[in-house]
Design a protein around this ligand. Structure first.
Ligand code: COA
Length: 160
């Protein structure tokens, strides 16, 4: 079975992430969306909230699972018997950092490949930080996050 891991902070999951999840689920037997505890970021949503949002959003895609992890991504990938890390590329500005991470992960474990998927054009401007900023200021995030979680995301952002 070809298993792929799609890692990220997903703080919160956006329509851009969902686009990558749907497209990668057509390529691999199983895709595990893995929410990272990233010590370099201070998340707005708890790990449980981020996992819960993702679970609701991928409910109708049978070969997608949601999980969370701590520690090195390559160790998690091995633990799950996966072969590929999926990353979404939105713009050239993403490239340098993603390239560095992909090479570092390869250095840490040669058997694991990183596969980059180009984000759909209509989501190329989107990021979780932008969703949070717009939501906190009372702007409309209706086209930015999946409908299933829109109300919960909006409510939390307005009340922080
Ligand atoms: N659509 C919309 N937004 C997208 C996107 C897409 N397709 N792809 C990425 N983004 C956004 C994210 O929302 C995020 O936005 P933000 O910075 O505003 O929150 C940004 O792009 C970066 O996302 P991502 O690439 O998922 O980075 P991340 O910081 O969320 O997660 C990890 C990075 C978790 C994969 C990485 O830190 C990791 O591997 N950690 C484990 C520890 C480890 O092994 N470290 C060594 C790595 S070499």
């Amino acid at each position: 079975m070809n298993i792929a891991i799609y890692p990220g902070s997903f703080d919160p999951v956006t329509n851009g992430h969902l686009d990558i999840i749907k497209r990668s689920s057509k390529i691999f037997d199983k895709v595990i969306v893995a929410v990272a505890r990233n010590p370099n970021k201070t998340p707005m949503f708890t790990i449980q909230e981020r996992v819960n949002f993702l679970e609701r959003v991928v409910k109708s895609i049978p070969n997608v699972e949601v999980d969370h992890f701590e520690g090195l991504l390559v160790d998690y990938v091995k633990e799950k018997n996966a072969i590929v890390i999926i990353k979404g590329l939105r713009a050239i500005s993403d490239f340098e950092y993603e390239f560095q991470m992909a090479l570092m992960n390869r250095k840490l474990d040669k058997s694991i490949e990183t596969l980059f998927m180009m984000t759909s054009y209509k989501y190329s401007y989107l990021s979780s930080s932008m969703v949070k900023e717009i939501g906190k200021l009372g702007g409309c995030i209706g086209e930015l996050v999946p409908a299933e979680i829109l109300e919960d995301v909006q409510t939390k952002l307005i009340n922080v």
